[in-house]
Design a protein around this ligand. Structure first.
Ligand code: URP
Ligand code: ZN
Ligand code: ZN
Length: 458
């Protein structure tokens, strides 16, 4: 049966307008005023904004960091995602050392296929570059994996500058896009060793072991190497004013640089590491939480269009049994935060309701830009005729409080505990099916794989 979402206000990056949305066969069939309701199931969106389904282009589900595996797998992580309004995730399939990209892709399909409650795609993290792997890049693109991830930190994952240059060129030939974790891994190792040698072992030493210039140096180096390779670049989880300034310099030279930040860098700050006892471990992620000045710089860049997307870097570890692996040494605390469920509410509250950005920018940052950058547009990321009917009916007046007790993340805490938020996904439709309502799952396991085209380099 066709579905008619009536009386809402449709949000696009350009404007907000009153319109009904007709859905047929999982696709958007019409958008306009007073559409005929004959034979349709009706959803009343009066008082609500109607957003394109949100896309989270940075998740780590069912990921083993070599010591422990994330608390969320695809079943729990994507269930939490749809409850918050996210209808597509792009997760990081990761090559094992000595392994092939094909094997990593098969492993990630096994983790996700048949278990996901929202649609999903994969970036491919390249960790072991060699001529045989280079030959696989074209195969990845054919399989719909058109974006790649590189790390400049983490000894078990990072590539050298020479490898970075080669990979940028090879992926660029296939019109793929590379998102890079920009921190100088050697400096991080040296700084962490200095703190450990001085007996400074608590979570409060995590942030000073990875200062802002560690990010800025890596952003600058990445951009210069991309200039040498002649390709556009994407920078994931940008966290500092200094890093932003390096990206601005590259743009001023004429380079195409796409920037992602995450809610944790916008609404949390480094003072969290001073929490009593071992509580600061709950906020250990890399890059770390930053200063209020960094936060202000990121908000300005979000508001003025310099930042292109906000994704979560959802990488959940339980406080008990996982974060406490680093109780005696901050550098052993598993890095990462949960957030896949709470991104839309956190961004709406601290961004739109607080007057720092419009709902239209929210549609761009949480949906359309990721769809364009990662080759899913216009199938995803827009409320347009012919697009997948991934739709979030957003109640801007809802008020609630984020808490681990009510979240759907499979994690024993949330870094946003006690945050009073405004706005909530009243209904979430995945290809026309009601997947979640009022923050609770309705139908699980509806997700399917999205084979992506190449980036628009928009
Ligand atoms: O701390 C984080 N962000 N962990 C996940 C892996 C990464 O660096 O993106
Ligand atoms: Zn990273
Ligand atoms: Zn990440």
């Amino acid at each position: 049966m066709a579905l008619l979402i009536q009386n809402g206000r449709v949000v696009t990056p350009e404007r907000t307008f009153a319109a009904d949305v007709l859905v047929r066969g999982g696709k958007i069939a019409a958008v306009g005023p007073n559409l005929p309701a004959d034979g349709c199931e009706i959803f009343d969106a009066a008082g609500c904004l109607v957003f394109p389904g949100f896309i989270d282009a940075h998740t780590h589900l069912d990921m083993d960091n070599g010591v422990t595996a994330t608390a969320d797998d695809f079943a729990t992580g994507t269930r939490a995602a749809v409850c918050g309004g996210t209808t597509t995730v792009v997760d990081f399939a990761t090559q094992d050392k000595g392994g092939t990209l094909a094997r990593a892709l098969a492993a990630w399909h096994k983790k996700a296929d048949g278990k996901s409650s929202c649609d999903y795609a994969f970036h491919m993290a390249v960790t072991d570059w060699n001529p045989a792997v280079a030959e696989e890049i074209g195969e990845m693109v054919k399989a719909g994996v058109t974006s790649f991830k590189l790390y400049l930190a983490y000894d078990n994952l990072r590539v050298t500058d020479g490898e970075l240059y080669e990979i940028l060129k090879k992926v660029g030939q296939a019109h793929g896009i590379i998102g890079t974790h920009c921190e100088n891994g050697d400096l991080v190792n040296e700084k962490a060793a200095e703190f450990r040698a001085a007996g400074r072992l608590g979570p409060q030493y995590h942030a000073p072991s990875r200062p802002g210039y560690v990010e800025a140096e890596a952003v600058a180096r990445y951009c210069y190497i991309a200039k040498a390779a002649g390709v556009p670049v994407h920078i994931v989880h940008l966290s500092t004013r200094m890093g932003l300034e390096e990206a601005r310099r590259a743009r001023a030279r004429g380079q195409k640089v796409y920037l992602e930040t995450c809610p944790q860098y916008l609404v949390l700050d480094e003072s969290r590491y001073e929490a009593p006892g071992f509580e600061g471990a709950k906020y250990v992620c890399s890059p770390p939480l930053r200063s209020l000045d960094d936060q202000a710089a990121l908000w300005e860049a979000v508001g003025n269009g310099e930042i292109d997307s906000i994704s979560t870097d959802h990488c959940s570890y339980n406080f008990v049994g996982q974060k406490d692996l680093g109780r005696d040494d901050f550098s052993r605390i598993p890095n990462g935060l949960p957030g896949i469920e709470h991104r839309p509410a956190a961004v709406y509250t601290a961004g739109v309701a607080a007057g720092r950005m419009t709902e239209n920018r929210m549609a761009a940052l949480l949906s359309e830009h990721a769809a364009r950058l990662f080759g899913m547009y216009p199938r995803k990321g827009t409320i347009s005729v012919g697009s997948d009917a991934d739709i979030v009916v957003w109640d801007p007046a809802a008020r609630w409080t984020i808490s681990a007790g009510t979240q759907h993340h499979n994690c024993d805490y949330t870094p946003y505990e006690g945050m009073a938020v405004q706005g909530r996904a009243k209904a979430v439709f995945l290809r026309g099916e009601l997947a979640a309502e009022n923050g609770e799952p309705v139908r699980e396991g509806l997700g399917s794989y999205v084979a992506r085209g190449v980036s628009e380099y928009y």
